[in-house]
Design a protein around this ligand. Structure first.
Ligand code: NAP
Ligand code: ZN
Ligand code: ZN
Length: 358
C-alpha cells in the first residue's frame, strides 16, 4: 500500500532545534474512525519548545510539533459517527487517541487513559510515531476533533485546544467561580488565558508573576490583584489565608518557592500545577508547610471540557492575546527563538498555511 505523504516544518536534530526544516513525512494508516484535517492555524505551546529542545529526552526525528490545531475536515472514515462533515472547521489539541472504553474514558477523563497518545512524538499501538500541526494535514481519530464555534477566528481558537483547556480544566474541577479567590502563577501563554478564564468564571483573580514586568498587561487582562514574587519573596505570609485555588502555569518550577505558596492558602485550599518542566527538574517541599493544603497536578482536559471552554469563549467573547507568524522554516524559527526568551505576549499562532503548502 502506498502511504499518503504530508508536509511539515520539523526539528531534525535536538542540538539544532532552532533551525527547523521543511520535510515530507508519511501519514499514519487511515483507520475507519479517522478523519483528515487540512490545517489552517496552529498555536505554539510551551510543550513544543520542551519537546523540540530535547528537554523531555531524545525524540524520533524528523519531529513535527504543534498541538493547537485548527483546520477543515477533508475526509471521513467509513465508521465515523460523531456527526462531523467534510468542510467542518475543527480543532485538535494535545491528545489524539485513547481507548474510549475504560472507566476513565467513559467518565470524561480521556487525558488519564493508559492508552493515551499525544499529538506528536509518541508511538501509536501500530508503531507509527504521531506528528503534529506544523504541517499541511493531520490525521486523527474523530473523537479528538472538536467543532469550533463560528465567532472564534482560527488564530484565536487554536491556543484554546491545548493551552486553554490545560488551565480551564483545573479551574473547573476545583471550584473556580464567584466568591473564590484564585491565583494564576506564571503569566505566559497558558497563564494569561488562566487570568481571562478565571475572571470570566466569576472569581477574584490574582496574577502571580516573578517580576513586575507583566503588571500592566495582567490588569488589562482583568486581574484584580498582582503579586511579583521576586519583589516580595515572603508573599505567602503577606497573603496568609487568602486563596481557595492556585493554578501553577509556569514552564519551570526553578524560580517558584513551593515552601512560600502554601502559607497563602486557605485550609482546604488547592494548589494545582500543570507544569511539565525539563525532565530532570525536581520539586522539593517542606511537609510542614503543607498542613491543610492539597497539591496536585493536572493534564489537559476532556473533549467535553474543551467543548465547554469553546462555548464560554464564544458566548463571553473572550479575546486571548495572540501574535501571528507565518508557518514555514523562518516563522517557526522565530517562534522557537522568541518563546525560548519569553518574548511573546502571550501566544504565537502559526498561520498562512496555504501560502506555504499549496
Ligand atoms: P510559556 O508561554 O513559555 O509560559 C511559561 C511561563 O512560565 C513564563 O511566562 C513565566 O511566567 C514562567 N516561567 C518561565 N521560566 C520560569 C522559571 N524558571 N521559574 C518559574 N517560572 C518560570 O509556556 P506555556 O505554553 O504557558 O506552558 C507552560 C507549561 O505548561 C510548560 O511546561 C508546558 O509544557 C506545560 N503544559 C502542560 C500541559 C498539561 O496538560 N499539564 C499542557 C500544556 C502545556 P512569569 O514571567 O509570569 O513568571
Ligand atoms: Zn481509556
Ligand atoms: Zn500544549
Amino acid at each position: 500500500m502506498v502511504q499518503d505523504m504530508f508536509k511539515g516544518i520539523a526539528v531534525v536534530d535536538h542540538k539544532d532545534w532552532k533551525n527547523p526544516k521543511k520535510v515530507e513525512f508519511p501519514a499514519k494508516t487511515f483507520y475507519d474512525n479517522d478523519i483528515d484535517i487540512k490545517i489552517e492555524a496552529c498555536g505554539v505551546c510551551g510543550s513544543d519548545i520542551h519537546c523540540a529542545a530535547g528537554h523531555w529526552g531524545d525524540k524520533a526525528m524528523p519531529l513535527v510539533v504543534g498541538h493547537e490545531i485548527i483546520g477543515k475536515v477533508v475526509k471521513l472514515g467509513s465508521k465515523c459517527n460523531t456527526g462531523l462533515k467534510v468542510g467542518d472547521r475543527v480543532g485538535v489539541g494535545a491528545q489524539v487517541f485513547s481507548c474510549l472504553d475504560c472507566d476513565r474514558c467513559k467518565n470524561n477523563n480521556e487525558p488519564y487513559c493508559p492508552k493515551f497518545v499525544t499529538t506528536y512524538s509518541q508511538p501509536y499501538a501500530d508503531g507509527y510515531v504521531s506528528q503534529g500541526g506544523y504541517a499541511n494535514f493531520v490525521r486523527v481519530h474523530e473523537h479528538f476533533a472538536v467543532k469550533i464555534p463560528e465567532n472564534i477566528p482560527s488564530h484565536l481558537a487554536a491556543p484554546l485546544l491545548c493551552g486553554g483547556i490545560t488551565v480551564y480544566s483545573p479551574l473547573l474541577r476545583n471550584g473556580c467561580g464567584p466568591g473564590k479567590k484564585v491565583g494564576i502563577v506564571g503569566i505566559g501563554g497558558i497563564g494569561h488565558m488562566g487570568v481571562l478564564f478565571a475572571k470570566a468564571m466569576g472569581a477574584e483573580v490574582y496574577a502571580i508573576s516573578r517580576s513586575n514586568a507583566k503588571k500592566e498587561d495582567a490588569m488589562k487582562l482583568g486581574a484584580d490583584h498582582y503579586i511579583a514574587t521576586k519583589e516580595d519573596p515572603d508573599w505567602g505570609t503577606k497573603y496568609f489565608d487568602t486563596f481557595d485555588l492556585i493554578v501553577v502555569c509556569a514552564s519551570s518550577l526553578s524560580d517558584i518557592d513551593f515552601n512560600v505558596m502554601p502559607r497563602a492558602m486557605k485550609v482546604g485550599g488547592r494548589i494545582v500545577s500543570i507544569s511539565v518542566p525539563e525532565e530532570n527538574e525536581v520539586l522539593t517541599l517542606k511537609p510542614f508547610g503543607l498542613l491543610g493544603v492539597s497539591i496536585a497536578n493536572s493534564m489537559l482536559g476532556s473533549i467535553k471540557e474543551i467543548e465547554q471552554l469553546l462555548k464560554l469563549v464564544s458566548e463571553k467573547n473572550i479575546k486571548i492575546w495572540v501574535e501571528t507568524l507565518p508557518i514555514g522554516e523562518a516563522g517557526v524559527k522565530e517562534a522557537f527563538e522568541r518563546m525560548d526568551k519569553g518574548d511573546v505576549r502571550y501566544r504565537f499562532t502559526l498561520v498562512d498555511y496555504e501560502k506555504e503548502f499549496d
